[in-house]
Ligand binder design. Sequence first.
Ligand code: 5GP
Ligand code: ZN
Length: 115
Amino acid sequence: MSSECIFCKIVAGLIPCDKVHETANVLVFKDISPAAPVHYLIIPKKHIPSLLDATQEDQAILAEILFVAGHLGKTVPELNRNFRLAVSTGPDAGQVVMHMHYHLIGGRKLTWPPG
Ligand code: 5GP
Ligand code: ZN
């Protein structure tokens, strides 16, 4: 846990969130500023600042995140089995919160490229 990190505080229950799903290593909650009818953040409970910081030991956590995304794609009716996963890495890619997170977005027709 990083005491400065907003997502670590959410994991620790110090900041409330609208929790959607949880596994041993992964937490899913609604984005506070949704870009689509469904906009979840899928995060490792462990503080990993970005994908660049993930180590070999984190491989199982990364796989768990993708598995959870697929599970949500199948079980959240609003997604209708269609969604996009995006993980911004670094400021030029738009990463603001330095605790790795996947955006799971859906519930409407999405365009490409995202900009
Ligand atoms: P980034 O721009 O780093 O890829 O995405 C950070 C995301 O976290 C943004 O979409 C932002 O709306 C969301 N966010 C920031 N602070 C909070 C918070 O305190 N609670 C929730 N639920 N989402 C947050
Ligand atoms: Zn953190």
